[in-house]
Design a protein around this ligand. Structure first.
Ligand code: AMP
Ligand code: MG
Length: 313
């Protein structure tokens, strides 16, 4: 990774970042069709570069075992969360990645505070954790459909006016705690237009192999489009912080959304700059002793060090 590449990635994602403290109006501030003048025909190559960069950094992250990265993905239905995860993480060692999807909470989950189920799925050091939907549902679907809040059985004084403001603060505090302790939080909102959602729903209905992805609930949710846009705008304004800013990724073009998601995650990893641990003097001595022993065991006529012969070192 050269400084120039790192700078190019930083510049590429800058227009997607929600400035901490700014007031977002999604419709006015972010265009779901923006594509930074990239062309689709260059996208496969660009994504391939991004994916191999991620693979390299993930390997270093795991070896260093100091930081864990949490990637939160939010979107409306058909926004492309699943496809983004599949494509962006396609080159990464599955051992180092943990994907968690959050659905309607279970009875056990409702028996705890609202952050409990998310905390249980956090990545360990060395891992990349991906939240397919996240704790942000607690200020999105729960807000648009207040019966979800009812089900959480909060004490009287915790559910009155100000509950959303309080949740924003609690979420910000929680993320700050994670960042301060070695777990940076990366937040991506896949910003889809209403028209593109309509097209994707129709495709899910028309293509038998996509039928399973569609449910009647999706149409019911679509009827709440404007309320969701407002909830997203307010959530982005209140929870884009200097320690965990939001990135609004234009999602009408899947190929562009995937490049953006890879770039945002890569940017975080580049900033972390995880390194392979260097062995100390004593360990180095042990390695050399082991090497001498292995070379001594070489059968008659065999290379003493076939690896060095092959790799020329
Ligand atoms: P899907 O991602 O299509 O499998 O759908 C998961 C569903 O679970 C969506 O309709 C979400 O709105 C819903 N969901 C996720 N988190 C929550 C939550 N905390 N409370 C209520 N519903 C939720
Ligand atoms: Mg769905």
């Amino acid at each position: 990774m050269t400084d120039k590449q790192a700078r190019r990635i930083a510049e590429f994602i800058a227009p997607l970042r929600v400035e901490p403290g700014s007031k977002v109006d999604l419709a006015r501030d972010f265009d779901p069709r923006y594509r930074a003048r990239l062309r689709k025909r260059d996208s496969t190559e660009l994504l391939r570069t991004g994916v191999s960069l991620l693979a390299e950094y993930q390997s270093r992250l795991a070896a260093q075992d100091t930081y864990g990265v949490l990637l939160c993905l939010q979107a409306l239905d058909a926004g492309g969360k699943d496809g983004t995860i599949r494509h962006v993480m396609s080159g990464v060692n599955p051992q180092g990645v943990r994907v968690s999807s959050f659905k309607v909470p279970s009875a056990e989950e409702l028996d705890h505070d609202y952050l409990w189920r998310y905390a249980r799925q956090l990545p360990a050091r060395g891992e990349i954790g991906i939240f397919n939907r996240s704790h942000y549902e607690e200020v999105l679907v729960v807000r648009v459909h207040p019966e979800n809040l009812e089900r959480q059985r909060l004490p009287e004084d915790a559910r009155g006016r100000g509950v959303w403001k309080r949740r924003y603060r609690e979420i910000n505090d929680w993320e700050r705690h994670l960042c301060d302790n070695g777990f940076p939080v990366v937040k991506i909102f896949l910003n889809l237009s209403k028209e593109e959602q309509r097209t994707r729903f129709l495709k899910r209905i028309d293509l038998p192999e996509k039928n399973w992805k569609f449910s009647a609930a999706d149409i019911r949710e679509r009827a709440h489009w404007d309320e969701y846009q407002r909830a997203f705008s307010e959530m982005l304004s209140a929870t884009s912080t200097s320690w965990a800013p939001w990135y609004v990724v234009p999602a009408d073009r899947k190929w562009f959304a995937r490049i953006c998601a890879a770039a945002v995650l890569a940017h975080t990893l580049i900033e972390l700059d995880p390194r392979y641990p260097e062995v100390g003097k004593a360990a180095r001595k042990e390695l050399l002793a082991a090497k001498r022993q292995l070379e001594g065991e070489a059968p008659e006529g065999a290379e003493r060090d076939p690896y060095a012969a092959e790799h020329g070192d």
